[in-house]
Design a protein around this ligand. Structure first.
Ligand code: ZN
Length: 131
């Protein structure tokens, strides 16, 4: 008998069903290939130039990563810092922005090493990165 049902897991980021053989492990979470690649490659962003220039500015002028954030990113960062950690869903609720937009802001902030993305109890959690 086929027992394929047991071999399928749900990606903890996007919820897509993937077979166990094709699943990746990302910080202990089972994720699909797309999410794994997206999370493990820090430069795959909507606007790599913005990130490049931000990092360049940081190095050239010795400014803090926080200072190159856009107004919206600063707002997100302030919420994350104030809460200690917050789920992606709670952030979406609070900011009322499209998920794709929020994810690209968070990707930039991860790249600037201001926040980290973790999975807790099956939920995506954003926390400030302590230095
Ligand atoms: Zn996925």
């Amino acid at each position: 008998m086929e027992s394929s049902i047991e071999k399928v897991i749900k990606c903890q980021f996007c919820g897509q069903e993937v077979s166990i053989e094709e699943a990746y492990t990302w910080f202990g979470a089972k994720v699909c290939e797309d999410c794994y690649i997206e999370r493990s490659s820090p430069v795959r962003l909507c606007n790599p130039w913005a990130v490049y220039s931000a990092k360049h500015t940081l190095k050239a002028y010795g400014v803090k990563a926080e200072e190159v954030l856009t107004e919206k990113q600063r707002k997100i960062y302030n919420i994350v810092k104030a809460r200690g950690k917050i789920t992606l869903d709670e952030l979406l609720e609070e900011l009322k922005v499209p998920k794709s937009e929020l994810e690209s802001h968070i990707a930039i902030m991860r790249y600037l090493e201001l926040v980290i993305e973790q999975i807790e109890k099956g939920k995506i959690v954003i926390a400030p990165l302590k230095k």
